[in-house]
Design a protein around this ligand. Structure first.
Ligand SMILES: [Zn+2]
Length: 357
């Protein structure tokens, strides 16, 4: 079985100038700030969950290989079909717990110590899943991940942009689960001019008043107008993607001035056609413009990536060395919502590993 997290391949195969860079990328302790629970379920895990609940998955009649092929979607519609099918495998507490733990195992192998994972509660609630069972399962998986694997989960509960009527209930569930690590609310799903975030502004204001952070997706499928209203209406603490700010100089300057970090997911952007090739990705321009950002994996098995791969691919494509890699890894910790003392501790550990690797 191909295991991407432990896959070698060598620095030469990856086009890295510094042969020690791959070891550094693998060894450095990391934070991951933009990754979806439902989109992190690898085919093997999906099959076992689907079998348990008798859920049909695209391609699954041909086993793991068939499912793996379905993951290599051609269009956004196909992507959503797989995503929805994966979501449907999560029905009872143990399903959520096993999904979280299975994902945490893969994160642990990449030395991810802290993950702010996006989860869409209402996708499951409207399918009849009990809120109590869902939250109990997430808490169980999170507890086991911390104790057994040293991976700490914080949650971003998000609303589907095209379903703003689910905003208030999402916030209620998020507030109920605050002591289980919910740190923020977000907005995900399809982005386009027909889906303004205006109907969600009051929900986000209440979330912020309650002490939750605001981390909407914006500036991915839709460009500057989407970012404009996100900045005006949602007071974002970070922005998911945001890479299309580069189409508007003033918008970019405002993001820099307000110190709003972006969660940049290069392989996702290529897979969903935001940018044609990684070499065309605006990552270097964003950094040159002074935008704060971290690298993230979004829906890793669906985009044929892992967090380690994101670092390695960017290093190879943009000719990054140890300093740039360490700066990106440090930034992810800095932009996270972990307690300050914990940030300093993890950054010190990053420095130690970087010196020793
Ligand atoms: Zn995302």
């Amino acid at each position: 079985m191909l295991d991407r997290e432990n896959q070698g391949g060598g620095a030469a195969a990856r086009g890295l100038a510094d042969p020690g860079l791959e070891a550094l990328v693998r060894a450095i302790p990391k934070a991951e700030l933009h990754v979806h629970l439902e989109g992190s379920i690898v085919p093997e895990l999906a099959l076992s969950l689907a079998k348990r609940r008798n859920v049909a998955l695209p391609g699954a009649e041909r086993g793991v290989e068939g499912l793996r092929e379905a993951y290599r979607f051609a269009t956004f519609k196909d992507f959503l079909r797989v995503y929805v099918a994966l979501s449907n495998t999560l029905q009872q507490a143990e399903d959520f717990a096993d999904a979280v733990y299975g994902i945490a195992q893969r994160l642990a192998r990449q030395q991810v110590r802290w993950v702010e994972m996006t989860f869409t509660p209402m996708t499951h609630v409207v399918q009849g899943v009990s809120v109590d069972a869902m939250l109990a399962g997430l808490a169980d998986g999170r507890g086991r991940a911390r104790e057994e694997l040293g991976v700490e989960f914080a949650w971003v509960f998000d609303v589907v942009r095209s379903l703003p009527e689910q905003g208030e209930q999402t916030l209620e569930i998020a507030l109920r689960a605050r002591d289980q690590g919910v740190v923020a609310i977000g907005i995900g799903g399809p982005e386009g001019p027909q889906w303004s975030v205006a109907p969600l502004a009051s929900t986000f204001a209440r979330a912020r008043a309650e002490g939750l952070k605001s981390v909407p997706h914006a500036g991915e499928q839709h460009g500057p107008p989407s970012l404009r209203e996100t900045l005006d209406l949602l007071a974002p603490d970070r922005i998911g993607h945001g890479v299309r700010c580069m189409e508007d100089r003033e918008l970019t300057a405002e993001i820099v001035d307000r110190g709003i970090p972006l969660e940049v997911c290069p392989s996702s952007n290529v897979a969903l056609g935001v940018t044609p090739r990684l070499a065309d990705h605006p990552l270097p321009q964003l950094l040159a413009a002074g935008v704060q950002l971290s690298l993230a994996s979004d829906d890793p098995p669906l985009f044929g990536t892992t967090l380690v791969d994101e670092y390695l691919r960017c290093a190879a494509t943009f000719d990054y060395g140890r300093d740039e890699i360490l700066a990106l890894a440090r930034a992810a910790v800095e932009h996270s919502f972990m307690p300050e003392a914990r940030k300093r501790e993890l950054q010190a550990e990053q420095e130690r590993v970087a010196r020793g690797a």
